[in-house]
Design a protein around this ligand. Structure first.
Ligand code: IMP
Length: 445
């Protein structure tokens, strides 16, 4: 039986999943994005022999496997696809990667249309979304009015659907502006007329699909492609975007994204049930969160200086939006919860190098709420706002650890930190990230 793999986030995203996918993808034949869209930003830093400066790839929609030669990379049905952004991303890779990887897009994936981005700009503020149109596109899918990749393959039908949706969205956007008491000026600010110019949208989207296919994008039935690939003994790596606490069902609702970011999103997002799946959870050595929502172990007022140090050292600014991320101590409760909902087989602990010189370190091991101490993540945003972190202090280390490649060569305090996470999460740590670059990774046998 072929064993497949999954990489998923265990916190609130930005754990460094791209780097771990890049490290593990040589062992697989196919890399698949199964949910989310251009709200994701997966960074891979590659230093080529003889080149002084590393090449930094920020992938939003294309699976990180594209950086490895000879892989097939599938954008599956559960992804919401902005084809204009896909073209931009593909252009950005030109000349930087060996073009031998195959890029495939599944026919049932929904398209992000310009009106989704307008609606996200109007309604996404409460959650602090990335304003990439993700929520409205998934909402239209569930409301059975979405437009899919397959529709763009029938120009006449696509034109009819776009015209219908432009009409409907004109009413919807007008009503939303009234409802939220926004000034009439936002109509121009969000370029609503352009977003609802049906003939322009049709020509832009059909044009982009033609160009993408000319450049080698294959449009396929993703479920069938994966099923046939497995029959041919090909192994598949599923690349999760966002993370457990942003899962639409299992996360800190309503401060979540609009897809299922946990392994449950794989079968629904691909139409393929991976019977043998080994899931690796990526956990950053501290916590960050971007956007609104509860964050129990966030650095408090007296830790403002530390927050600035960690944000700068860890470059904790959104890959997609550039927003500064909120920072905090590592919190074991979300990680344990993510281990449960994803049935994790291993953890990858990333960015351990960023904690060098922070001494002492603290790790959140429980919450105090309503006079009780709890150790299980409640996934209840209202209750989380009232929770107080209970910390365990651990000694820090002073040395730069980025050149270390063997676990046993890490300072004793760093090893102790890793072991503490492993015990607290109940999952073995198999990878430790000690720097941004591809090679800066310790594998624990
Ligand atoms: P949306 O996915 O753009 O609808 O945003 C919903 C929430 O998920 C917001 O709090 C975003 O900041 C967060 N979010 C979405 N994608 C990512 C990501 O890739 N990393 C971190 N946070 C994300």
């Amino acid at each position: 039986m072929v064993q497949h793999g999954a990489i998923v986030g265990t916190q609130w995203g930005d754990e460094g999943k791209g780097k771990i996918v890049d490290a593990l993808s040589p062992d697989f034949d196919i890399v698949v994005r199964f949910q989310g869209g251009t709200n994701a930003g997966h960074t891979v830093v590659v230093r080529r022999e003889g080149e002084e400066k590393p090449d930094i790839f920020a992938l939003h929609l294309i699976p990180s496997g594209i950086l490895q030669p000879d892989k097939a990379c599938l954008i599956a049905d559960g992804v919401v696809v902005d084809p204009l952004k896909l073209e931009e991303e593909l252009s950005g890779l030109r000349g930087r990667v060996k073009a031998t990887a195959r890029l495939l897009l599944s026919t049932k994936a929904h398209l992000i249309m310009p009106w989704h981005i307008v609606r996200d700009s109007i309604t996404g503020g409460m959650v602090g979304t990335t304003k990439r149109g993700i929520g409205p596109c998934y909402a239209d899918e569930k409301d059975r009015r979405g437009i899919r990749v397959m529709d763009a393959l029938s120009p006449q039908h696509f034109g009819d659907r776009v015209r219908e949706e432009c009409e409907w969205n004109r009413h919807l956007i007008r009503a939303a502006i009234d409802h939220f008491g926004l000034s009439a000026g936002v109509w121009n600010e969000f370029c609503v007329d352009e977003a609802l110019d049906a003939e322009k949208v049709v020509s832009d989207y059909l044009g982009v699909f033609d160009r993408l296919q000319e450049r080698g994008l294959e449009i396929v039935d993703g479920a069938r492609f994966l099923s046939h690939s497995e029959r041919d003994a090909k192994s598949i790596l599923f690349e999760g975007a966002q993370a457990a606490l942003l899962d639409n069902t299992h996360g800190d609702y309503p401060y979540v994204t609009s897809s299922n970011t946990t392994v449950g999103g794989i079968p629904t997002g691909t139409g393929f049930w991976p019977r043998e799946l080994f899931a690796v959870g990526v956990c950053k050595a501290y916590s960050t969160r971007v956007g609104e929502g509860p964050f129990v172990a966030e650095y408090g007022g007296e830790e403002e200086e530390l927050a600035t140090v960690i944000r700068d050292r860890g470059n904790e600014y959104g890959t997609t939006t550039g927003r500064p991320r909120r920072c905090g101590w590592l919190d074991l409760l979300p990680v344990r919860y993510a281990a449960m909902v994803n049935r994790l087989g291993a953890l990858a602990l990333t960015k351990l190098d960023i904690l060098s010189t922070v001494d002492p370190l603290r790790v959140c091991v429980a919450y105090r709420v309503d006079g009780k101490t709890i150790e299980d993540y409640p996934a209840n945003s209202e209750m989380l706002e009232r929770c107080e972190a209970v910390y365990q202090e651990l000694p820090g280390w002073q040395d730069d650890i980025s050149s270390i490649r063997k676990f046993s060569d890490l300072p004793q305090e760093a090893r102790q930190y890793v072991q503490f996470v492993e015990e607290g999460a109940g999952v073995p740590v198999k990878y430790v990230g000690v720097g941004k670059e591809r090679e800066e990774l310790i594998q624990i046998p």
